[in-house]
Write a protein that binds this ligand. Structure first.
Ligand code: F6P
Length: 478
């Protein structure tokens, strides 16, 4: 098998397997957030990507796609149940999102997590070039850095954590907390979304492992009396702003946005775009919206809420319960407040291509991002990027990572329903001059700090450590 200087390791490959009308399978780039973020970074490098092919028991040889080598990792139905739905999304996901749903601690899930993380590490070890760089992505693979270091001490390892890292008091619940920290500390650079996430990580290290931390670094004992320096700091992720701006200028997309507005027919279009996940605060948003209708501060003929809730993790019980609850609320609100002509909430339990999302962003007067906890939230940045005429209002949860950079949004605490209601009304009634002032500041932030810059700054730190190690090895050999 050919090898690569840069290897990305993520739970999923950046492609989905689709079957044509003749039954022939082929691969198509998948629309997920992680893929969107990394596709830019990977495009400019001759890299490899190690990940799961999206179907149980899928056995496929490594193959070329868009100039990169893709290396599928096989996961059995039991792996998917215990490692993916279980430990990743039934334990770590709720724990790291402030226990919005109750995390479940199951020893059989942990065993599967260890087993599968080892498999990903072995696949990465096989494909990385001597002295190369391996960049591990996200919470499903927190043990990969340590396993990989054991297999391939010559490679430099980066790990980026796309979701929040919780406060010590929550992280301490995890029965395998020390193993997870040691797993992450196998990396040379551990990246987080927010300054607070990096702080939480460092605090857990001091409390649980007693390793010294200083500003952005941790001193990790190497077992031979020496210490190894690990960088642990924040690198807020972003979007390919240029690509979104280009789409927003596409005449077909502009025409689509106009047609959507005409069909909806209301003065105001409110928009929510989320994976159907309990962290996204969709329930809180719907509650605030239905109360505004009940209070008579909004009417279905004046404002429509378009809520895109793309299907997610349907095998996990908490997601099934959430879907039931949301769909009941939407049906009730529409039953109570829609008319024959106007629909209060247009709910779409579907995923859409990027072009359609941009048309929706262009059509929306107010974008509602009310996550209860979110690593970053790229939807907020996408909305801002496409509003080239500086109109539109972003209502943004202070618990989303994006709030650190987009302070000119209308920030809300989504748990405060009255506050959220007032903020939605303020957004609807915001004068154009204020919209423009806020949007301009936010657009500058998103454009100055795009995903390419994110990738470059992370990999620059990895590369600096790689060079340092190479120099040291040379000096030791001299
Ligand atoms: O936000 C975390 C994340 O893993 C993203 O990287 C990904 O796009 C999304 O959640 C969807 O997750 P899943 O792979 O579980 O469908």
């Amino acid at each position: 098998m050919s090898r690569a200087d840069l290897v990305v390791v993520a739970n999923r490959l950046p492609v989905d397997r689709v079957e044509g009308p003749d039954g022939e399978p082929s691969w198509r780039r998948s629309p997920g957030g992680l893929v969107t973020a990394l596709e830019q970074v990977m495009q400019n490098l001759d890299g490899a990507w190690v990940g799961w092919g999206g179907k149980a028991d899928l056995e496929v040889d490594p193959f070329e796609f868009d100039g990169n080598l893709l290396v599928p990792v096989k996961l059995s139905p039991a792996d998917l149940q215990d490692y993916y739905e279980g430990f990743s999304n039934g334990t770590i996901w709720p724990l790291y999102h402030d226990v919005i749903a109750a995390p479940v601690y199951k020893r059989s899930w942990w065993d599967a997590y260890v087993r599968v993380n080892r498999r990903f590490a072995e696949a990465a070890a096989e494909v990385a070039n001597e002295g190369g760089v391996v960049w591990v992505q996200d919470y499903q693979l927190q043990l990969v850095p340590k396993f990989l270091r054991e297999l391939r001490p010559d490679v430099t390892i980066g790990y980026f954590h796309h979701i929040p890292f919780p406060a010590y008091a929550l992280f301490a619940q995890l029965p395998w907390r020390k193993q997870v920290l040691e797993g992450l500390l196998g990396a040379d650079v551990v990246g987080f979304q927010r300054l607070a996430d990096a702080g939480n990580f460092q605090r857990s290290i001091r409390r649980l492992l007693s390793y010294p931390t200083k500003s952005d670094t941790v001193q990790v004992p190497d077992g031979e009396g020496e210490t190894r320096l690990v960088i642990a700091k924040h690198y807020p992720i972003s979007i390919d702003a240029e690509q979104f701006i280009a789409l927003s200028k596409d005449p077909a997309i502009i025409a689509r946005a106009k047609a959507l507005r005409e069909q909806v027919g209301t003065d105001t279009l409110l928009l929510g775009v989320d994976r159907l996940d309990y962290t996204k605060g969709i329930r809180h948003r719907l509650k605030a919206h239905s109360e505004l209708l009940a209070d008579g501060r909004l009417t279905a003929s004046a404002a429509t809420l378009v809520q895109v809730a793309s299907p997610s993790r349907p095998g996990v019980e908490a997601y099934q319960d959430l879907r039931d609850e949301i769909e009941k609320t939407v049906a009730r609100t529409n039953g109570d407040y829609s008319s024959v002509e106007y629909t209060a909430i247009r709910y779409l339990h579907q995923g859409f291509p990027r072009e359609e999302m941009v048309a929706l962003y262009l059509a929306a007067d107010v974008m509602l991002v009310t996550a209860l906890r979110d690593g970053m939230n790229l939807v907020a940045k996408e909305y801002v990027a496409v509003r080239a005429d500086n109109t539109g209002v972003l209502v943004l949860s202070e618990f989303a990572g994006a709030a650190d950079e987009l302070g000119s949004a209308l920030l809300v605490n989504p748990h405060d329903i009255d506050g959220t209601k007032d903020t939605i009304m303020r957004a609807i009634n915001m004068p154009k001059a204020e919209q423009a002032r806020r949007m301009k500041t936010m657009r500058k932030k998103v454009m100055d700090h795009d995903v390419e810059k994110w990738g470059r700054s992370f990999l620059a730190d990895v590369d600096a450590l790689r060079k340092e190690r190479a120099d040291k090895a040379e000096a030791d050999n001299a």
